[in-house]
Design a protein around this ligand. Structure first.
Ligand SMILES: Nc1ncnc2c1ncn2[C@@H]1O[C@H](COP(=O)(O)OP(=O)(O)OP(=O)(O)O)[C@@H](O)[C@H]1O
Length: 341
């Protein structure tokens, strides 16, 4: 059953539609990550659900109940915002116990809950530490414990790991996922970092100008971007116009095989970097290597073809050609994704 439902939610600011008739459901125990460029409406979406922003049209339902007119503090949602500061004058325990205390929990109960949450976020025994003595990552964990303390039925995170360095973020994301699984928390998170969203989410929602451009399981969205916008937002560069006929796309790079069943006619195609196979200079499209970027276990190679725009290829570290090398390129049909015009 859907814990959260948005039906036709519209928010307009003077001269600007921040959310345009958005429909979205989040099932109980599900983690949904909303992704999108700056200004696409992600934070507005969270604010509407939290009751911090009124919708001009549409409805927000929590556990089937219309939230119109229900104030933020009565909605039972937990919030963790990017720029949310911990209370500097309170220690760690004081920060976490704040919510339960405000809601009427006794001192002993609040302390027990605090100890339990500190254990959960990997900071056992830290209750009496001053906030100023914590590292950035530890502060994020305390902020998370504080958001979880009142046992919200829905936890909403806005760029939860935004200010941390990449290594720490990658580690925390894995921990968060495990934590949400164990607790069975329902999570709606917003991020502009696709890596974070894809690692955390059961389902990702990509927003574009106040609308949902695509939603689905991370692997599906990654494998099959539904539009040029989504493909480019995910960082794919090999998108071109193509006339599709008899299993072949006519592109500026020459003929490219498309998957069986692709609709004929004018369109666009995405060729994933893994679908740009490098071979010897005599074979396929002639290209010159213009740049190489190391990405851990593989190399992304930027190619200047004899015809058409630059191409991006991914290849294993050992096989990466050097800058300036001449190579041939052959396209792999399974890595070609037809896109609507
Ligand atoms: N209170 C407001 N008054 C006027 N315009 C607003 C207000 N809040 C948001 N907007 C505008 O609505 C649009 C959507 O904003 P929102 O903060 O939801 O985007 P976002 O996707 O979260 O962006 P970011 O990733 O930069 O945080 C933006 O163009 C923003 O300028």
């Amino acid at each position: 059953m859907a814990l959260l439902e948005l039906r036709g939610v519209t928010v307009r600011f003077p001269g600007h539609t921040a959310l345009d008739a958005v429909d979205l459901e989040v099932a109980e125990h599900e983690t949904v990550c909303v992704l999108g460029p700056s200004g696409s409406g992600k934070s507005t979406l969270l604010r509407v659900v939290a009751g911090l922003q009124e919708a001009e049209a549409g409805r927000v339902l929590l556990a089937g109940r219309d939230q119109t007119g229900v104030p933020a503090h009565r909605r039972g949602v937990g919030l963790m915002f990017q720029d949310q500061q911990l209370f500097p004058q309170r220690d760690v325990g004081g920060n976490i116990a704040f919510g339960p205390r405000v809601r009427g929990a006794g001192r002993a109960e609040a302390e027990r809950r605090t100890a339990e949450l500190l254990e959960l976020v990997g900071l056992p025994g830290a209750a009496r530490r001053p906030v100023a003595s914590l590292s950035g990552g530890e502060q994020q964990r305390v902020a998370l414990a504080r958001a979880l303390a009142p046992s919200p039925r829905l936890l909403m995170l806005d760029e939860p790991l935004g200010q941390l360095d990449r290594g720490l973020r990658e580690r925390l994301v894995v921990e968060l996922r495990g934590l949400f699984r164990r607790l069975g928390t329902t999570v709606l998170a917003v991020t502009h970092d696709q890596g974070e969203a894809f690692a955390l989410a059961d389902r990702v929602v990509v927003m574009h100008r106040g609308r949902i451009a695509q939603e689905g399981p991370p692997a599906e969205v990654w494998q099959r971007p539904a539009s040029e916008f989504v493909a480019r937002f995910l960082g794919f560069r090999n998108v071109v116009e193509a006339g599709i006929q008899e299993g072949t796309a006519r592109t500026p790079w020459g003929p490219v095989p498309v998957p069986p069943g692709t609709a004929e006619g004018p369109g666009r195609v995405l060729i994933r970097p893994s679908g740009v196979r490098l071979s010897s200079p005599g074979e396929g499209l002639r290209c010159t290597v213009s740049a190489r970027t190391f990405r851990g276990d593989h190399v992304v190679v930027l190619l200047r073809p004899e015809a058409g725009p630059e191409l991006e290829a991914a290849c294993p570290l050992r096989e990466a050609p050097a800058e300036g090398d001449a190579v041939g390129v052959v396209f792999v049909p399974g890595e070609v994704v037809p896109l609507p015009c």
